[in-house]
Design a binder for this molecule. Structure first.
Ligand code: KG4
Length: 340
């Protein structure tokens, strides 16, 4: 029997709905919210309101594109958290309403687990793409998280390292803001870094133990470095933007890769994946491929369409939960933090 899952994602500033059938993607609609750009970050109240406006048309479009009627959906999966509570509430409330109306099971999905399982979505334009074998290590790098996760099975994961302060995406975005770039600055830094010299400037690297990350020291070092240079030359940032971006990106990538290499050695695992919004970064992608050649890893980098927030990753996680009959009750409440 074919299993059709509708996935809903509304944890931050993207409203997304996707339909998958037996793990194969039929549609993945994402409505991004332009409203935050002028504020230099996501404004939670505005995000909730935009989700409220977008959720019904986005789901409607995802079902239409998939050629699936609401009563053909076998289960609905929704992001429970972590994320912005008001944003999550929109998706969760919608999913509950759908589950009641269509009398289908409801699956709650951890957003971070979703990012990792995005690797198992079968895409129509590349149906035979290889998928990670268990166990594998996943470097999960997004706007809110930087983790190394040991993935033993679809729903059996252990976080072996995390950030003790800022996430890698936050480091990109906050440093971009310091340079006067709009939010989110990560993709802009990536683009400008291509024209610059990654060795032009040096910034502080953290010394935290184990597989943990820290990025707040780098941000502070970047801020003080620029403050001193701009004091001497007000046009310093404008003149050196490409070199600043390239050097900053190289530092963030080096910090991420050092711990990943260490973890792969210690756990003796050569199946290495990367996930989350920052995995779109070209410097990080190149570094993972290079490390793969050097250490004999098989590497898995998701297609760009599945790196940033999307509901396809929520639907695939829901699919594995559906197969195991791990259903949520209608009293399920969203959780802003992963631990809640
Ligand atoms: O996974 P995601 O879409 O949202 C979260 O769940 O956090 O990640 C968004 C983050 C932002 O910090 C954004 O700047 C960063 O991913 N990002 C990038 C790139 N594309 C997105 N950072 C660096 N280079 C990129 N190409």
């Amino acid at each position: 029997m074919e299993i059709t899952i509708l996935g809903i994602e509304s944890s931050c500033d993207d409203t997304s709905a996707a339909v998958i059938r037996d793990g194969a993607l039929l549609s993945n609609v994402i409505a991004s919210q332009a409203v935050h750009a002028e504020y230099g970050g996501v404004i939670p109240e505005l995000a909730s309101r935009a989700h409220g406006q977008n959720i019904v048309p986005v789901v409607d479009l995802a079902l239409k594109k998939a050629g699936v009627a609401p009563d053909e959906v076998d289960g609905i999966a929704v992001t429970r958290g972590p994320g912005l509570l008001g944003s999550l509430l929109v998706g969760v409330s919608f999913a509950k309403g759908f589950a009641i109306a269509q009398d289908t099971p409801l699956m709650e999905v951890n957003h971070l687990q979703g990012h990792i399982l995005a690797h198992f979505v079968t895409l129509p334009d590349n149906p035979d793409a290889p998928k990670p074998g268990f166990p594998f290590l996943c470097l999960l790098v997004s706007g809110g998280n930087s983790q190394i996760v040991l993935v033993r099975d679809y729903l059996d994961m252990e976080i072996i390292g995390g950030t003790i302060d800022d996430a890698a995406g936050e480091a990109f975005d906050k440093c971009a803001k310091i340079m006067g770039l709009p939010y989110p600055g990560g993709p802009l830094i990536d683009r400008m870094a291509r024209e610059g010299d990654p060795k032009a400037f040096r910034f502080a690297k953290p010394s935290v133990g184990g597989f943990d990350y820290s990025f707040s020291g780098l941000k502070t070092s970047f801020l003080y470095f620029l403050r001193d240079r701009v004091a001497d030359d007000p046009d310093f940032i404008e003149k050196h933007k490409a070199d600043l971006c390239a050097s900053l990106q190289a530092t963030i990538v080096e910090i991420l890769m050092n711990k990943l290499v260490k973890a792969a050695k210690q756990y003796d695992i050569a199946e290495i994946a990367v996930a989350g919004g920052v995995s779109a970064n070209s410097g990080l992608r190149d570094a993972i491929l290079a490390a793969g050649r050097k250490y004999g890893w098989t590497t898995y980098i998701p297609p760009l369409s599945l790196t940033t927030d999307n509901a396809a990753m929520i639907a695939i996680t829901g699919y594995y939960k559906y197969l195991r009959e791990e259903f949520a009750g209608l009293d399920m409440a969203p959780a802003a933090r992963a631990a809640d």
